[in-house]
Design a protein around this ligand. Structure first.
Ligand code: FAD
Ligand code: FES
Length: 264
């Protein structure tokens, strides 16, 4: 983990309440892996005090991209940052996606819901570099919630979309798209990030199809590196559901190890 107190914003793009920032941070980028995240200081003053966790969206040489949706005060402040300004970041943090297996010739399906698409661009590129056949499924409430869909396609990643309101792609939830994709050709591995109900449904689909799945969980975070216990959730891990730190033991967990809330 490194702190870069003045990562320069080299690029800013925005679509309604979604923002992409490219940050020059060679030391942090050198250690980055897909599924890891940054703790970003959002303001110049002590209010808001806590940094906000944001996933690594892409690595471009010595630069890192983040892609986020304005959810409250912190992300609204972050969205006001302009090109040429700097950001104080801490990272890379957490245990990202486990890419130790041999993915050559294997079929990997990546499922992202809303802002949960953020880590999947970096992951898709990395899996492709390892020889995997990558398919990305991107879901959102409406067409306006799929702002980075063309970026995946422009990079040569095979992507299909779903919208709840039917304004773009397949009408319905992205999990419907996942079921259709599995029926067409079963994947060897699933990677999922999005809202809890979507991830839980995707984990159920993976279990039913006996497909190994990795899920990137969210949690409120105080420090991001294991010091505050602010992020704990109960995860099974075969130990009866001990509390785990999402920031340090995750945020990515095997789907079969997750004890979903209310499922006890
Ligand atoms: C490991 C990790 C990676 C993340 N990556 C991204 C990303 O790449 N892009 C992105 O848009 N968002 C991401 N998030 C979510 C993002 O951190 C929150 O949206 C952000 O911290 C909200 O801060 P805020 O001050 O804008 O809103 P707040 O006013 O703090 O909160 C607004 C609403 O969001 C809820 N919320 C706040 N923080 C979280 C959280 N961590 N998890 C779930 N709900 C939360 C609050 O309960 C509240 O309802 C990630 C979260 C985690 C834990
Ligand atoms: S956020 Fe502090 S321990 Fe996880």
């Amino acid at each position: 983990m490194r702190q870069e107190p003045a990562a320069r914003i080299a690029l800013r793009q925005s679509w309604d309440d979604y923002v992409l920032l490219r940050l020059e941070a060679p030391d942090v980028a050198a250690e980055a892996r897909p599924g890891q995240f940054l703790m970003v200081r959002v303001g110049e003053t002590l209010d808001p005090l806590l940094r906000r966790p944001i996933s690594l969206h892409a690595r471009e040489g010595g630069s890192l991209e983040i892609f986020f949706q304005v959810a409250g005060r912190g992300t609204a402040l972050l969205a006001e940052k302009e090109e040429g300004e700097t950001l104080d970041i801490l990272g890379p943090l957490g245990r990202g996606f486990d890419l130790e297996a041999d993915f050559h010739g294997r079929r990997a399906v990546l499922v992202g819901g809303g802002r949960g698409i953020a880590p999947l661009f970096y992951l898709g590129r990395e899996l492709r570099a390892k020889g995997a056949d990558v398919k990305v499924l991107y879901g959102g409430r409406s067409l306006r919630d799929l702002p980075v869909r063309d970026k995946f396609a422009a990079d040569g990643l095979d992507i299909a979309c779903a919208t709840d309101d039917g304004s773009f792609g397949r009408p319905g939830f992205v999990t419907g798209l996942l079921e259709a994709e599995i029926a067409r050709r079963a994947p060897d591995a699933l990677f999922v990030c999005g809202p809890d109900p979507m991830m839980r449904a995707a984990a159920g689909i993976a279990a039913a199809g006996r497909i190994p799945a990795q899920i990137s969980l969210e949690s409120l975070m105080g420090c991001g590196f294991g010091a505050c216990w602010g992020c704990v959730k109960r995860i099974v891990r075969g130990d009866g559901g001990r509390w785990r730190k999402i920031c340090e033991d995750g945020p990515v967990f095997p789907a079969g190890e997750i004890l979903w809330e209310g499922a006890e």
